[in-house]
Design a protein around this ligand. Structure first.
Ligand SMILES: Cc1cc2nc3c(=O)[nH]c(=O)nc-3n(C[C@H](O)[C@H](O)[C@H](O)COP(=O)(O)OP(=O)(O)OC[C@H]3O[C@@H](n4cnc5c(N)ncnc54)[C@H](O)[C@@H]3O)c2cc1C
Length: 290
């Protein structure tokens, strides 16, 4: 089922994002976590695509497997990094044959060790071009794109970044999934700005529960999201795994509660291939039922 049908069939769409594990044992462990997560009736699952196209095959395989095992709609992420237009077409053809319903269309980050994005030979420079290619040549796919409540770190200005998002939606994206954020006011302001700019597709908040301060400091540094000082101070109070997990999950639970009260059309949880934090958050809220 494509994104447009999913979002018109449900008032609220829960989704989970995973990444391809490096080993067969990792994949087995992931499937166990997914069993626990699908019990919460997600509307769809998505699987990331590695930097530099490094996990292209495993992304395709895992996305296909998730659909086969759980029978719910799936989306493969796809980036422009290191691929020519024809290579992107080949991936899209394979995804179509494999029965993948949707694509999360992204430009991608520079491969590790590089600081600026370089367009591949005969490749694409921005995600809006990938959206346009998919719409023109693979109209069967639903399309999601990335949105940045705190503005993408390479954008010339928040206004320029919003114009870029509008370009992606005007090119045919059905839904915007946001980068992780820890201050809901950033999300609500972003949603208002999208509305004022005439962006009319669902804007789905992306939530990554903190379970470990040093891990989250690494991730937020990479993607340019900020960690609110009170949350950082709370996490820094005690290095124990249990404290960090509890503080992070409590923060995410409060965030989700407020987002639901703010009428969001969905919730995309970056589960990092684990289930405990997502399950604890969903269990704490009366809106969700297994
Ligand atoms: C929901 C989500 C999922 C993600 N999944 C993955 C994944 O699986 N694999 C992965 O490698 N990365 C992933 N990322 C990270 C993403 O690849 C990076 O954030 C990347 O730096 C930007 O990708 P984009 O698609 O948003 O780029 P774009 O929308 O192309 O924007 C990139 C930058 O260029 C600017 N820009 C766009 N068009 C123009 C123009 N015409 N002129 C000048 N500037 C312009 C934008 O404002 C922005 O600063 C994900 C991000 C999100 C939010």
């Amino acid at each position: 089922m494509d994104f447009a049908s999913i979002f018109s069939a449900r008032k609220f769409c829960l989704s989970f994002e995973v990444f391809p594990p490096k080993t067969a044992a990792g994949e087995q462990a992931l499937l166990v976590h997914m069993e626990r997560l699908v019990a919460w009736h997600p509307a769809f699952l998505t699987c990331t695509y590695g930097a530099g196209g490094s996990t292209q095959d495993t992304t395709l395989q895992l996305t296909t497997r998730l659909k086969r095992e759980f029978g719910i709609p799936v989306a493969s992420h796809l980036t422009c990094v290191g691929s020519s237009r024809d290579e992107l077409r080949t991936y899209l053809q394979q995804a179509n044959v494999a029965g993948i319903d949707n694509i999360v269309a992204l430009r991608g980050d520079p491969p590790s060790g590089e600081t600026t994005f370089r367009t591949a030979v005969d490749g694409l420079s921005y995600a809006n071009q990938l959206v346009a290619l998919i719409c023109a040549e693979f109209p069967q796919f639903g399309i999601a794109v990335g949105g940045y409540p705190e503005t993408h770190q390479e954008a010339a200005s928040p206004e320029a970044d919003l114009l870029n998002l509008k370009r992606k939606v005007d090119a045919g994206a059905d839904v915007v999934i946001t980068q992780l954020f820890y201050d809901n006011q950033d999300f609500f302001r972003f949603r208002d700005r999208c509305d004022a700019a005439g962006i009319r597709v669902p804007i789905v908040p992306g939530i990554l529960p903190v379970t470990n301060l040093s891990q989250i400091q690494r991730i937020t540094k990479m993607c340019g999201a900020k960690l609110p000082i009170p949350l950082m101070e709370e996490l820094a109070q005690d290095e124990s795994e249990d404290w960090q997990y509890r503080s992070g999950v409590n923060h995410a639970t409060r965030q989700v509660e407020e987002l639901l009260a703010g009428g969001v059309s969905g919730l995309h949880i970056y589960v990092l291939n684990k289930s405990a934090a997502a399950v604890d958050i969903l269990s704490a809220l009366p809106n969700f039922a297994r």
